[in-house]
Design a protein around this ligand. Structure first.
Ligand SMILES: [Zn+2]
Length: 88
């Protein structure tokens, strides 16, 4: 017979898998790229995406070439919170 369990997921809806360990998710959220306090590209208004005729899509930074193709940056000094971009 199945037993009921409690699972936890990231409150920023980043897609990370659920876990039964609440402390694990709490620790994750502090570093989640969708946490605005992390100041990562995914929540920044300067982060953008484009595509070409082949359907290939890429992301880039509108204010710094140095950040192009860099996805894992944190605590960016150029970060400005986007209105809805964190939900993509
Ligand atoms: Zn997350």
């Amino acid at each position: 017979m199945p037993r009921k369990i409690t699972a936890y997921a990231c409150g920023f809806k980043c897609g990370r898998s659920c876990t039964t360990k609440e402390a694990s998710i709490v620790a994750h959220e502090k570093n989640c790229f969708k946490n605005p306090k992390v100041k990562a590209c995914r929540t920044c208004k300067h982060w953008d995406r484009d595509d070409d005729d082949s359907g290939e899509t890429w992301t880039f930074c509108n204010v710094s070439e140095l950040l192009n193709d860099v996805y894992a940056i944190r605590d960016c000094e150029l970060h400005e919170l986007a209105a809805e971009k964190g939900n993509e």
